[in-house]
Design a protein around this ligand. Structure first.
Ligand code: SF4
Ligand code: SF4
Length: 86
C-alpha cells in the first residue's frame, strides 16, 4: 500500500529527505506522496521512514492504493531498474 499525507501536514520538511524513493515532494499546499514511487519503504527499511519522522502523525496508508508486500517488492525492483538504466 502506498502511504498518503493528509491535510494535517504542517510542512515541516523532515519527511522529504528521508524517503529512499524520492516519492515525497512539495505539492500546492502540503507535501504529497507519489503512489507510483512509494513502496512503504519495502526494499530499503523495515518501517516507513516518513511515518517514523513525522511529528504530527499525518501519514496513514492510502486505501486507494492497497498493495501487498509482493507487489511493493516488485515496485521497489522496478524503481531500482529505472534508476540504474542508462
Ligand atoms: S513510506 Fe517510505 S517510500 Fe513511502 S513515502 Fe514514506 S519514506 Fe517514501
Ligand atoms: S513530516 Fe509530516 S508534517 Fe512534516 S512535511 Fe512530512 S507529512 Fe508534513
Amino acid at each position: 500500500m502506498a502511504l498518503r499525507i493528509t491535510d494535517e501536514c504542517i510542512n515541516c520538511d523532515v519527511c522529504e529527505p528521508e524517503c529512499p524513493n524520492q516519492a515525497i515532494t512539495m505539492g500546492e499546499e502540503i507535501y504529497e506522496i507519489d503512489p507510483h514511487k512509494c513502496t512503504e519503504c519495502v526494499g530499503h527499511f523495515d518501517q516507513p521512514q516518513c511515518v517514523e519522522v513525522c511529528p504530527v502523525a499525518c501519514i496513514p496508508v492510502d486505501p486507494q492504493h492497497v498493495e501487498n508486500r509482493e507487489t511493493l517488492w516488485q515496485k521497489f525492483q522496478r524503481l531500482q531498474e529505472a534508476q540504474t538504466a542508462p
